[in-house]
Design a protein around this ligand. Structure first.
Ligand code: HEM
Length: 447
């Protein structure tokens, strides 16, 4: 493997340099899309604790240890900013979303947004989603070729529209909004990054316009009457000093939160379904537990779904829906003693830790019991398991996600059995968020 130094280390600093291949970006991106886990293992063997790769015309520093990922997520010296990094990737489509804010402004917005995720609100969302999700799962198509990715995507979008927006939209309108989101997400990681008709980028920009118009149209009604949905809660939320969001803030946050909530939960559900199809004994263990618990999940019984909980954690480990936490250095700094010049892009990549043989026993094996208290492999390092990120930007919706995922899976287990052929192995498309190329075809049968 070639060896090229990222930058000259200042003399006398005592810091170490960072090496990478120096290969052209297109080559590096293709390698990553093709097989990120192998690529990471090779880089670790060649360059040690840290490396850099070129992608999208930029050089990204990637720590290959949990300590390095922690340094980026915790950002103790406040040397890394989100906006210049996430903004480069998804800014035109998700601008002014909370994840694209930094420091004092981020803290201010997060304190207001947090009001929509208090225990009281979460309890309300959980209660409200029970009948809707039971009904949606009950109406899934059965057959020998049910594409679960598509089905889950539809269910999570409908859920977001109902619980976040409090709107019962006609199918065609829900589909139009769904498409706009899909186009915005798809655009973020596209290789051609200009508004050329027919490209993913152009579709993303059009999607953003659809979403802005949609939220602005519904906003006055939400301002006028408080309702239990997130849209209304954001319109009325105040921090301790009485600060509230402007109309623009509400629209920007709604677009971002819906995006953040939708594909991530869909990917987690699809990954869980895949492993439960490949390992039917786990499907049966989870079903056994579901049969012994009430059909509706409440805030008090959520923690009793221990088998589903472990399957969910293991699925998030093996296929983290958000591949990385990108940041940009706003001053000269360091990661674990390696020199990072001002302006450098860095990324904590979940896959680095989630598949590290130094942290997990037999990391490629599906083994949910590794999360049991007696084994607690996830506790070996604070960042061994990091699907929800960490630090001040840690996922604000992680409890919401678990409520939604467990409710959908609980209903799936009670109503259906699903399977894949013995020799089936999915192939992931890593060019946007990691989804199975074939959308996970299963044989779905009513029980
Ligand atoms: C399994 C599902 C989910 C996963 C794996 C996930 C993952 C993540 C990750 C890794 C981040 C941090 C990104 C960074 O620091 O650069 C994040 C942030 C965020 N997530 Fe999630 N997420 C999930 C579900 C949700 C849901 C359901 C919601 C909303 C209800 C949500 C809302 C957000 C928001 C608003 C942020 C930005 C927080 C901030 O910057 O302060 N997420 N998520």
């Amino acid at each position: 493997m070639r060896r090229k130094q990222l930058a000259t280390v200042p003399t006398g600093s005592g810091l170490k340099p960072i090496h990478g291949t120096g290969d052209p970006g297109v080559l590096e991106v293709l390698r990553f899309f093709h097989d990120p886990i192998t690529m990471i293992a090779k880089r670790r063997a060649e360059y040690g604790d840290i490396t850099y790769i070129k992608s999208f015309g930029l050089e990204f520093v990637i720590p290959l240890t949990a300590d390095g990922c922690e340094a980026i997520a915790m950002n103790r010296q406040k040397a890394f900013a989100n906006e210049p990094a996430w903004g480069f990737l998804i800014g035109p489509f998700f601008r002014r979303g909370i994840m694209l804010m930094d420091f004092e402004e981020h803290r201010h917005h997060r304190r207001i947004m947090q009001q929509a995720f208090t225990n009281t609100h979460l309890k309300g969302y959980l209660q409200d989603m029970q009948p809707m999700l039971a009904d949606r799962v009950a109406h899934l198509p059965v057959g020998d070729d049910v594409r679960l990715l598509d089905e889950f995507k539809q269910v999570t979008l409908d859920l977001a529209l109902e619980i976040f927006l409090g709107l019962d939209l006609p199918r065609a309108e829900a589909d139009r909004i769904n498409k706009a989101f899909v186009d915005c997400v798809g655009a973020g990681l596209s290789i051609i990054r200009r508004n050329i008709p027919g490209t993913r980028w152009a579709r993303g920009l059009a999607g953003r316009r659809v979403l802005e118009d949609f939220f602005h149209e519904h906003l006055p009604a939400k301002r006028a009457t408080p309702t239990p949905d997130l849209f209304s809660v954001l319109c009325h939320a105040q921090d301790e000093e009485g600060h509230t969001f402007t109309d623009e803030d509400v629209v920007n946050h709604m677009i971002f939160v819906l995006m953040a909530a939708h594909d991530t939960s869909t990917i987690t559900l699809t990954t869980m379904a895949y492993y439960m199809a490949r390992y039917p004994e786990w499907q049966e263990r989870a079903r056994e537990q579901s049969r012994n618990l009430p059909p509706e999940i409440s805030y008090d019984t959520l923690d009793e779904f221990t088998v589903l909980d472990r399957i969910m954690k293991e699925s998030l480990r093996l296929n983290a829906p958000v591949p990385g936490l990108p940041r940009r250095a706003i001053e000269d700094t360091e990661i674990c003693g390696h020199h990072i010049p001002k302006g450098t892009y860095v990324a904590a990549i979940g896959m680095v830790n989630h598949h590290d043989p130094a942290l997990w026993s037999d990391p490629e094996r599906f083994d949910p019991d590794r999360f049991m208290t007696e084994r607690a492999e996830d506790k070996v390092h604070r960042y061994a398991w990091m699907p929800f990120g960490g630090g001040v930007h840690k996922c604000i919706g992680l409890y919401f996600a678990q409520m939604e995922i467990k409710t959908i899976m609980h209903n799936m287990l009670l109503r259906y059995e699903w399977s894949v052929p013995d020799d089936y192995r999915w192939e992931l498309d890593n060019s946007t968020l990691p989804v199975p190329k074939d959308h996970l075809p299963v044989r779905l049968r009513a029980r």
